[in-house]
Ligand binder design. Structure first.
Ligand SMILES: O=C(O)CCC(=O)C(=O)O
Length: 278
């Protein structure tokens, strides 16, 4: 892992991302801001987590109400690094905050979020505290991004959230068949792991359930693509997405806050396939 002054990556870091499907970078993120994220997101976790802090929990899109989450998602140094990696402007569209290891089964984000042309999506996972083998690190398979982008149909599974478990089982079988070896994301607080859209990854078991594992992941698309959800698409009917890009200033107006006629107009523009309307 190397520090990235102003987000500038070295040639080695860029090459390593393309070779291994991820890099870990120290962007010198403001540690106090990271603490604020942990503190302010905490009350947003659902009741089940507050009753039992060993239960996996997450908050999606806390950036809408917690400015520190939005600032981390739109950090200019992270954007500079992403643009160097994929040569297009990155567009953050979703944040997830976790207080504990997710124990998520191995998957590739490309089953959830894909692009035409392919490959223009990335995840940026930031450790909000030190992560080790015992508090549920991210686990990932270096080089697995070079496998094809597997859809559910590739495994003869009907697309749909209801069949996701079957997809996970097929991916595990693929990992076994390919003899892939996992690595763990043992990151220090403030470090970021950037993963390629097709890198196989998940959450390792949390060995010590008395601990937390605070983290924030931001999902990015890149400019100039069409965006869709493969898991809910068929070959002839892609389920396109029209994301609302996370704004880089705090004075934003969410689509649902807009006057009704404007919302209808945007919907019509989206239906007509006019890209970028959000
Ligand atoms: O944080 C984790 O353990 C996994 C997160 C993840 O898989 C994702 O956001 O796609």
């Amino acid at each position: 892992m190397k520090a990235a002054v102003d987000g500038q990556l070295s040639e080695d870091q860029i090459a390593s991302f393309h070779e291994r499907g991820y890099i870990v970078v120290d962007f010198s993120l403001d540690q106090e801001m990271l603490d604020q994220i942990v503190e302010k997101v905490y009350p947003l976790y659902d009741e089940a987590y507050h009753q039992n802090p060993q239960a996996p929990a997450r908050v999606q899109d806390a950036w809408k109400t917690i400015d520190e989450v939005r600032r981390l998602a739109t950090d200019s140094r992270i954007a500079v690094a992403l643009e160097q990696l994929l040569k297009r402007k990155p567009l953050p569209f979703q944040t997830l905050n976790f207080p504990i290891g997710t124990r998520q089964h191995t998957h590739s984000d490309s089953v959830h979020f894909s692009t035409i042309p392919k490959g223009f999506m990335a995840g940026v996972w930031v450790a909000l505290e030190d992560i080790d083998e015992n508090n549920g690190p991210l686990s990932y398979y270096p080089g697995s991004h070079k496998l094809r982008e597997y859809s559910m149909q590739d495994f003869n599974i009907e697309p749909g959230v209801g069949n996701y478990q079957e997809y996970e089982e097929c991916i595990q079988q693929l990992v076994d068949d390919e003899g892939l070896k996992p690595e763990l994301g043992l990151l220090k607080k403030g470090e970021a792991l950037i993963w390629h859209a097709n890198l196989l990854h998940g959450g390792a078991a949390q060995e010590d359930l008395s601990r937390t594992r605070h983290s924030q992941v931001t999902h990015f698309y890149f400019e100039g693509c069409q965006y869709y959800t493969p898991m809910e698409s068929t070959e002839d009917k892609p389920r396109f997405r029209h994301p609302y890009w996370i704004p880089n200033t705090p004075d934003f107006k969410l689509p649902e806050d807009r006057p009704f006629p404007i919302r209808v107009l945007i919907r019509v523009l989206n239906r007509l396939g006019i890209r970028g309307a959000s």
